[in-house]
Design a protein around this ligand. Structure first.
Ligand code: MTE
Length: 332
């Protein structure tokens, strides 16, 4: 694949052309075989399978992290969960490569322990939180959220964490704080993708303070009752279920409170394509494709029907008020 220009946006640009996973993985395996040539082929295929198998070994490999059932409105859906296998091997985490299978293959180098998160900017109580302290800051809950990617696919994942609001209240934002910026790790030594020019590293995301305070915005430490696998953003990530998946920053190292709207990594890379708000909105097309439907990972078959994408990803009753009176075509 040619090195992508940082202005071309996501590397799987036309959702209607996104290949079902099984077909796509088979094709990848085939390409690997072809690229490696006869002698290297077996080795390459073996190495790929070995790394994936290592990433998927469970249970027991990752520590248990159970959460009490959440009482937050909208935090649980009865929809079928995506399999752990799919959720942990079909990922976007460009610091480990742009292929969906790259994070599971490469993220074993991440080292999520020791880890700390720096809270800074417009707050009364700035400080550095060791991950152990952050984990204990509030009771862990299980939240079963749909997460929809801007590329046109979605998953249903049982996350474990607590509302980001719990942390925000403890650090006491000043009256002048209007936004929260999330900066994630960018370490060339641990993250092979950080050497590429796909994005201007580090990966940065942001929320308006009232969005960040919404109880559905989750600071997640685990999924499926275990601590997060590296490829899903260990040891701490955001999950903002009413926004396209790229707002859910992985492997956070800094949380900064600001007066100005943060410049996010994807907006910087392609401002016409990725706005600050990035609310899931079937009525606002991405400039290069429709956002009206989505494919649920795990319902792959070649002729699987697409689902209609719901306003705010189905969380309109809970979050619609945050955007009352805003022109969502302008603030996309
Ligand atoms: N966070 C970082 N640091 N780097 C990334 O490339 N990708 C985003 C988001 N968070 C990304 C990131 C995108 S595009 C998506 S869809 C989700 O992570 C995917 O999360 P998942 O792999 O757990 O499904």
């Amino acid at each position: 694949m040619p090195i992508p220009s940082r202005h071309r946006g996501f590397l799987h640009p036309i959702p209607s052309e996104i290949t079902p996973r099984a077909v796509y993985e088979e094709r990848r395996a085939l390409l690997r075989l072809m690229a490696a040539g006869a002698a290297g082929a077996t080795l390459a295929a073996w190495a790929g399978r070995e790394a994936l198998a290592q990433a998927q070994q469970r249970p027991g490999r990752l520590a248990a992290l159970p959460g009490a059932a959440s009482a937050v409105a909208g935090a649980v859906t009865m929809e079928k969960h995506t399999s752990y296998q799919d959720a942990s091997t079909y990922n976007n985490f460009y610091e480990f490569g742009t292929d969906k299978a790259d994070p599971a293959r490469n993220a074993h180098t991440l080292k999520p322990d020791p880890w700390s998160v720096e809270v800074e900017g417009l707050v009364k109580k700035p400080g550095k939180y060791a991950i152990e302290d952050l984990l204990r800051l509030s009771a862990q809950e299980e939240r079963i959220y749909r997460l929809r990617c801007v590329e046109g696919w979605s998953m249903v994942i049982p996350w474990v964490g607590y509302s980001l609001a719990e942390l925000i209240r403890r650090v006491e934002p000043l009256g002048s704080a209007k936004y929260v910026e999330f900066v994630t790790l960018a370490d060339k030594a641990r993250m092979p993708g950080v050497g590429s020019r796909v994005l201007d590293w580090p990966y940065v995301e942001g929320l308006r303070l009232d969005e960040a305070l919404h109880p559905l915005a989750l600071l997640a430490f685990g999924m499926y009752g275990e601590v997060l696998p590296n490829q899903n953003g260990a040891p701490v990530r955001l999950v903002v279920p009413w926004k396209y998946g790229f707002k859910s920053a992985k492997s956070i190292v800094k949380i900064r409170f600001t007066e100005k709207e943060p410049l996010t990594a994807w907006h910087k890379a392609a401002p016409r394509e990725y706005g600050f708000y990035s609310n899931v909105n079937p009525q606002v097309d991405h400039p290069r494709w429709s956002q009206a439907t989505e494919r649920r990972i795990g319902e792959d078959g070649l002729f699987a029907k697409k689902r209609k994408t719901l306003m705010f990803n189905g969380y309109e009753a809970q979050v619609g008020q945050l955007y009352a009176g805003m022109d969502l075509r302008k603030f996309f």
